[in-house]
Design a protein around this ligand. Sequence first.
Ligand SMILES: Cc1cc2nc3c(=O)[nH]c(=O)nc-3n(C[C@H](O)[C@H](O)[C@H](O)COP(=O)(O)OP(=O)(O)OC[C@H]3O[C@@H](n4cnc5c(N)ncnc54)[C@H](O)[C@@H]3O)c2cc1C
Length: 408
Amino acid sequence: MKRILIIGGGFSGLAAAMGAARKLDELGVTNREVAVTLVNRNAWHSIRVRNYERDLSEIRVPLDDVLKPIAVERVEAQVTAIDLARRRVTIKTLNGPTQLEYDRIVLAAGSQVNQPDTPGLAECAFNVDTFDAAARLSDHIAKPAKKPPGAGRYTALVIGAGLTGIEVACELPERLRIAGAGDASPAPPRVILADHAPQIGSVMGNDARSVIGEALAALGIETRTGIVVSAIDQEGATLADGKRIEADTVVWTAGMRANPLTALFPVERDPWGRIAVDEFLKVKGVADVFAAGDVARMIIDGRHPTVMSCQHARPMGRFAGNNVVCDLLGVKPLALQINWYVTCLDLGPWGAVYTHGWEPKVVAWGMAAKRTKRTINCVRIYPPRSGSRREILEAGAPTVPSPPESYR
Ligand SMILES: Cc1cc2nc3c(=O)[nH]c(=O)nc-3n(C[C@H](O)[C@H](O)[C@H](O)COP(=O)(O)OP(=O)(O)OC[C@H]3O[C@@H](n4cnc5c(N)ncnc54)[C@H](O)[C@@H]3O)c2cc1C
């Protein structure tokens, strides 16, 4: 029996499992001939892009609901080492460490928020990188502060004004207002969005930035650019120039880095820690290994590298799953090409902004763009939840969808 091992059950890993199962089904190969196993550190497929939302109740799907109908085995464990020469992966389970053998692997272990060694960051700041982290933030905001009212009691400081930071900040005035509803004398909520860069939303074009500016102003969010945070504590942050920002809630959203497992491969990594894959999702310079999602860098249209996004992770996963089976069985693989790029940024109660293209052109904003965002977050990026084997296999087909619909 041959074994395909998929590391990670997020957007790319789950798509790879569906893609591999679909290809095996198409070729008439049974799971007694080729077994597909997915290793994930918990039992959930997390819709990570929704971690900034207030209601977290719908943002995890049990992996077994998708994997069982397509006969993919699930192992709940943390991958700690990969022995490329012996084709063995070391995993840490609740019962201790053990090893899994493989013929091919798909690395789909995602990314994590950048955590520099700023004093107090690890202990005192919140983030929305994982479901557990987002739940901790929710608990913290929802609990009326036990301590006497201080300057920062209903103030939140969001550090990192990229896309995630903007989405987090735009939700916070409402969340703080709700949290203060039971307080006899709540201070008005105050949200500060800060970045060391000279502007908010650096990766967006000028047009989108002006929409973002309008939304932030309407929501009463203060912005601070060009600031350097030197320490974080329970009451706020100290800046490099010695000034203080008093805030009981500090959320860190400054940058992402590929999963540290990428360091186990004897290849160059890009500035985000990603390893290069070819158009078939095969890791360049390493035998028997495919990679997809945030751990992988691929040129998708002859010019642009993939962006760490579920937009790219999902098709990369489907093609990696298809091609890892092809590689194992000597069948011609399929090249992935994606000829479009969009962003759809949630701007809280104000709406959203939807852009098309690598030079972002605003195609919709306000509540029209919000409709697109809700469709993406609540429908488009979910795996089938019907339990239907046929539907799940079809969702694993190596295809690239059209961009999300734009509304007027
Ligand atoms: C708040 C937020 C908002 C975002 N908004 C957007 C957006 O609007 N649009 C967009 O396209 N992208 C967005 N992103 C980025 C997007 O979530 C990621 O690019 C995407 O999740 C990458 O998919 P992935 O499969 O590579 O990794 P992930 O989805 O992170 O999945 C990785 C999986 O691997 C598992 N894992 C990790 N390490 C190990 C290990 N050692 N052993 C076993 N299992 C392991 C994890 O538990 C996880 O299940 C957002 C991200 C965040 C945090």
